[in-house]
Design a protein around this ligand. Structure first.
Ligand SMILES: [Ca+2]
Length: 145
């Protein structure tokens, strides 16, 4: 009986918990210029993913981390338009006339100086915004020894 108890309490558990009380994303601006696929890879390695923007409130939060105007990649690409982190948000903030696939190769989305969205050539190099997950994994080893 004692043996079984020790087995249970020494089991390692993974707990996902909100980083902030309102489950807000944390956006991080990177001023290194990368193509969209390279920016996605960077964000997935160091954060959760390229930025997903799911509401006007989150759009404002993106605005707040861009004190210096810059074009930035965000995590939307096609086709059809999907978010890199698989969010099913339907929020959009397109510039008038966009997306227009203007050069027939515009499959990745960047945000302009006024924070409106444009489809652009994925190989174009640009600053980009990553986001942290809205929850973090806590690895807790409850081994009692
Ligand atoms: Ca375009």
């Amino acid at each position: 009986m004692i043996c079984r108890y020790q087995l249970i309490i020494s089991y390692s558990v993974l707990i996902c918990f909100p980083v902030k009380s309102e489950n807000k994303k944390t956006y991080v601006l990177h001023k290194v210029w990368l193509s969209w696929p390279d920016a996605q890879a960077y964000c997935r390695t160091h954060y959760k993913d390229l930025a997903t923007i799911e509401s006007s409130e989150e759009q404002t939060n993106v605005y707040l981390i861009k004190p210096n105007p810059a074009w930035v990649w965000i995590g939307l690409y096609q086709t059809p338009w999907v978010w890199s982190d698989n969010s099913n948000s339907s929020f959009t903030n397109w510039f008038n006339g966009e997306p227009n696939n203007g050069f027939s190769n515009e499959s990745c989305v960047s945000e302009d100086l006024q924070h409106k969205w444009f489809d652009n050539d994925c190989t174009m190099k640009s600053a980009f915004i990553c986001h942290e997950g809205d929850c973090s994994l806590l690895h807790r080893n409850t081994a009692a020894g």
